[in-house]
Design a protein around this ligand. Sequence first.
Ligand SMILES: *[C@@H]1O[C@H](CO)[C@@H](O)[C@H](O)[C@H]1NC(C)=O
Ligand SMILES: *[C@@H]1O[C@H](CO)[C@@H](O)[C@H](O)[C@H]1NC(C)=O
Ligand SMILES: *[C@@H]1O[C@H](CO)[C@@H](O)[C@H](O)[C@H]1NC(C)=O
Ligand SMILES: *[C@@H]1O[C@H](CO)[C@@H](O)[C@H](O)[C@H]1NC(C)=O
Ligand SMILES: *[C@@H]1O[C@H](CO)[C@@H](O)[C@H](O)[C@H]1NC(C)=O
Length: 267
Amino acid sequence: MRLIFTSILSVATWDLCSAVQINYVKVPGAVKNDSGSPAVLDCNYSVRPDDTELVVKWLLNDEVVYQWIPPQKPQSLGLLKNRVDLSYKASDDPKSVYRAMKIWNPTTDIAGEYKCFVSTFADEDFSIKNMIVFEPEKSFVILKEEGNHYSVNFTCYANEVYPAPKLILYKDRAHEFYNKNPLQALEWNTSRHPNGRFSVFVIANALVESLAPGSLIHCELRIPGTGYVKKRSLLYYPTGSDSGSACRGCNLTVTLLLMLILPALRL
Ligand SMILES: *[C@@H]1O[C@H](CO)[C@@H](O)[C@H](O)[C@H]1NC(C)=O
Ligand SMILES: *[C@@H]1O[C@H](CO)[C@@H](O)[C@H](O)[C@H]1NC(C)=O
Ligand SMILES: *[C@@H]1O[C@H](CO)[C@@H](O)[C@H](O)[C@H]1NC(C)=O
Ligand SMILES: *[C@@H]1O[C@H](CO)[C@@H](O)[C@H](O)[C@H]1NC(C)=O
Ligand SMILES: *[C@@H]1O[C@H](CO)[C@@H](O)[C@H](O)[C@H]1NC(C)=O
């Protein structure tokens, strides 16, 4: 009871003293690298009508990259110099016209923690949001390797992705497509290229007897924190079985072709 009372009291006191308050900061959580589309980072705040010496700053990983001190024009600095549309207006209110940053073409070097910092003579406030800039993969494949009649390896590769992606191999049958059955990974690795991108692979092994002919094997690629998801699938038929004889010695090209042709033949 006393705790509740104290916290109500402190909120009330804080409200009385605060002259600057950030209502919200809007930063895109994830954008594609070098996409050519701008990203708008907005900072909505309230200041008291009688407050003076308003300064609005944006910091990227603790370095000032944008500054607006009305009635001067806004300027971009450091990593964002020449990369911001300085004529972009977020509002008609003279106290917040240039509060937002419209970045022309975000690239991976300007990903990170964005802090909006607003101050006046009497008070200040800040708020922070992260922006991830990702680079989609250059290639993404799933392959099957059969060493013997008992077991089969499925390998999934994704090349040159940023930041580091996650891969999962799983199987399902056409009529059970709501169930994801992860395959046990045998081996995996992530390597980093000099350009900063990551290449990853995962190998999973399954017993031939555990795979019904016609099973679908999928590989899912995710870039954490971005909502970016891709899938590659392979229709499994054991090599040497009747249904698989057309696929003897098949490689990825043939498998993918089969995936395209088989559904059409069923009609
Ligand atoms: C992002 O794009 C820029 C411009 O094309 C490029 O120089 C940079 O290497 C890319 N970043 C990654 C991690 O690939
Ligand atoms: C800023 O936020 C306030 C309060 O949430 C809202 O009333 C106002 O419309 C917002 N202003 C703009 C320009 O989005
Ligand atoms: C399956 O992968 C494991 C681990 O990389 C490897 O030792 C084994 O030789 C592979 N088997 C086949 C049939 O490729
Ligand atoms: C795993 O990646 C590291 C570098 O990240 C590399 O040195 C190593 O050779 C890789 N291992 C395999 C089995 O590819
Ligand atoms: C797959 O088979 C085709 C045709 O037989 C061949 O041209 C291609 O090089 C093979 N690809 C791989 C990765 O072995």
